[in-house]
Design a protein around this ligand. Structure first.
Ligand SMILES: *Cc1c(COP(=O)(O)O)cnc(C)c1O
Length: 374
């Protein structure tokens, strides 16, 4: 509890400090490239023949996804707390790369924990983190993926808390992480609310985002939650089937439970053992979901749906061919849902979708799935 209490206090002080907010906003603008635009997807809209589709372009952030918004915020906080070292967990490597980047920028030592199964699947990102000066430590425990990397990060943190801040990558884990990460990501929705009002001249009918831990979704939803007329939909990974172990749809197959210091919906067996998960996209492949999403689910403010691997891969192609944007496979889940519902909506209505990241990292995997040798 002591490290969490210290962090909570430091975070509350920092968010009230104008100098901290000013420095973060400055870096988001001059280093990350914010504000990111919203793009009207004219050819996709025409193809689907219904609601107008607007894309919030987090793929244009430095390092290629929304993860840098949080990594930069937490690394600034670490420096303010006098911690010279940061650690992070990573699954596909996107959060690890974002933290290694922010640590390089701010002169912090950085270690990233990664399951050895993920290291094998994402060799390019392992080397990328090393290029950025980070140390990457392989985790051999369990299924050797993200959940195991989080366990190892928590262990390191409690051992080295005097010198170290743990940069958690989504709206997960014990308080204050879910609230703090949401706040760092809420820049997505605050910008998008102003932009859609300007470009579409009214609120969107629907806002859609993919949900792994839930940070890009929380980031875009938060600004729209007070507007009851705006429908919010989170898209989970339906994987390759509805059986436990074949997907990562926590709201379809999960039960309340506690994982990594959070009570939320967790995929687990009858004895409460945390289940294996599967998704074509590593970023959605986690057995629990951010606790605020559980709240939004139970209060029915946000609806959660599932999109399976093959539908996501189709959407990956669709956006590439119609808009010249290769989306991350995570993001492709959100696009697939848009493709499902846009044709049933009126042409005067707008859908805003969080384009959480670009898909360069997934090109080789999709090629492999389709039997193309590179
Ligand atoms: C990590 C990642 C996600 C999933 O994480 P959330 O915390 O649910 O946002 C989604 N999209 C991209 C591009 C990612 O890199």
């Amino acid at each position: 509890m002591a490290p969490l209490e210290e962090l909570t206090e430091a975070w509350h002080e920092a968010r009230r400090d104008r100098a901290f907010r000013h420095e973060l906003a400055g870096l988001l603008e001059t280093y990350c490239g914010r504000p990111t635009p919203i793009s009207f997807a004219a050819r996709l809209t025409k193809h689907l023949g219904g609601a107008g589709v607007y894309l919030k372009r987090e793929d244009l952030c430095h390092t290629g996804a929304h993860k840098i918004n949080n990594a930069l915020g937490q690394c600034l906080l670490a420096r303010r707390m006098g911690k010279a070292r940061v650690i992070a967990e990573t699954g596909a490597g996107q959060h690890g790369v974002a933290v290694a980047t922010a640590a390089a920028l701010l002169g912090l030592r950085c270690r990233v924990y990664m399951g050895t199964e993920d290291e094998r699947r994402q060799a390019l990102n392992v080397y990328r983190m090393k290029l950025l000066g980070a140390e990457v430590v392989g985790v051999e425990a369990g299924a050797r993926t993200l959940k195991d990397a989080i366990n190892e990060s928590l262990r390191d943190w409690v051992t080295n808390v005097a010198t170290t801040h743990y940069v958690l990558g989504s709206v997960l884990g014990p308080h204050p992480y879910p609230a703090m990460v949401r706040e760092f990501q809420s820049v997505i929705g605050s910008e998008a609310l102003l932009q859609i009002r300007k470009q579409h001249r009214s609120l969107p009918k629907l806002v859609v985002a993919c949900v792994g831990g839930g940070s890009n979704a929380a980031g875009i939803f938060t600004a729209f939650v007070p507007y009851r007329q705006v429908e919010l939909v989170g898209v989970e990974a339906g994987g390759r089937g509805t059986r436990l172990g074949e997907h990562a749809a926590r709201f379809a197959g999960g039960e309340p439970g506690v994982l990594h210091g959070t009570r939320s919906y967790v995929l687990q067996d009858q004895d409460g053992l945390v289940a294996q998960t599967h998704s074509v996209s590593a970023g959605l492949d986690y057995p629990a979901v951010g606790p605020e999403h559980a709240w939004w689910h139970d209060t029915r403010r946000v609806a959660y749906v599932r999109v399976d691997d093959s539908e996501a891969v189709d959407a990956f192609h669709l956006l590439s061919e119609l808009e010249g944007i290769v989306p991350a496979l995570e993001t492709a889940h959100a696009i697939a849902y848009v493709a499902r519902v846009a044709p049933r909506m009126g042409s005067g209505q707008a859908i805003l979708v969080s384009l959480s990241g670009r898909g360069d990292k997934d090109v080789a995997e999709v090629a492999r799935l389709e039997g193309v040798t590179l």
